[in-house]
Design a protein around this ligand. Structure first.
Ligand SMILES: Cc1cc2nc3c(=O)[nH]c(=O)nc-3n(C[C@H](O)[C@H](O)[C@H](O)COP(=O)(O)O)c2cc1C
Length: 210
């Protein structure tokens, strides 16, 4: 049975553009995958724990040395990684907050980017970092208040959201990433309307192909 992992991170439960579009993606994906199953991960309603001393000590200990306490500390990370591994495709809703990711989405990535689990590190190797997850189609739906921050726009150099997401996803093996972008949410003008229409078309196309 095909599975789609839907990750939402908008702080808004209502009026959210990214939630609306991840929902539309899931709806369209289910049209072409009638026997499909959704795995839903809402990092706003259930914020992943920030990593701390105990988490770091556990994550960086050799896996064969993991104690039951360490395994318990890493169980949240395991759950989140198991969801990615179980999925055939991913859709991630990522609003821009202060030029980058919402904190709860960053906490999610801090939990899933884990040495010896989602990436390997060998300081002696020519390529010290190797991703450990299998690639799968990943669609990231971005919404920004000011569309001038989107690629090609006059403020694009302040868009730290997309390069950061691309780097983190690729680091663990998710290379087949496509962004669907909505700009000008804060302007509520015709640019937003047209961005939403294009985004819906891109979502439908991508969901059918995923
Ligand atoms: C805390 C916060 C920070 C924001 N920072 C930015 C920003 O740096 N640049 C920008 O263009 N829009 C910014 N916005 C606007 C959001 O990116 C925009 O409202 C987007 O549509 C939010 O996604 P959502 O509709 O899924 O909630 C911010 C909004 C919030 C709530």
């Amino acid at each position: 049975m095909p599975r789609l992992l839907v990750v939402n991170s908008s702080g808004r439960n209502t009026r959210s553009i990214t939630r609306r579009l991840t929902g539309y993606f899931a709806e369209q994906w289910l049209v072409t995958h009638a026997d499909g199953e959704l795995i839903e991960r809402d990092v706003t309603l259930q914020p992943p724990s920030p990593v701390n001393e105990a988490w770091i000590a556990s994550a960086f200990a050799a896996p064969e040395a993991h104690s039951p306490v360490m395994r318990a500390i890493l169980s949240e990370s395991e759950t989140l990684l198991a969801e990615i591994e179980a999925a055939d495709a991913l859709v991630i809703g990522a609003p821009m907050y202060n030029f980058g990711l919402p904190a709860q989405l960053k906490a999610y990535f801090d939990q899933i980017i884990r040495v010896n689990r989602s990436f390997a590190f060998d300081p002696e190797a020519r390529e010290p970092y190797q991703p450990l997850l299998a690639d799968k189609p990943t669609t990231v739906i971005i919404s920004v208040g000011d569309g001038d921050l989107l690629p090609g726009g006059p403020m694009a150099e302040l868009n730290f959201l997309e390069p950061h997401l691309t780097a983190m996803l690729g680091f663990i093996g998710l290379h087949s990433v496509e962004f669907v972008r909505v700009g000008y949410e804060e302007f509520q003008d015709k640019r937003l309307k047209s961005a939403l229409e294009s985004a819906e078309q891109a979502v439908a196309r991508r969901a059918a192909a995923a």
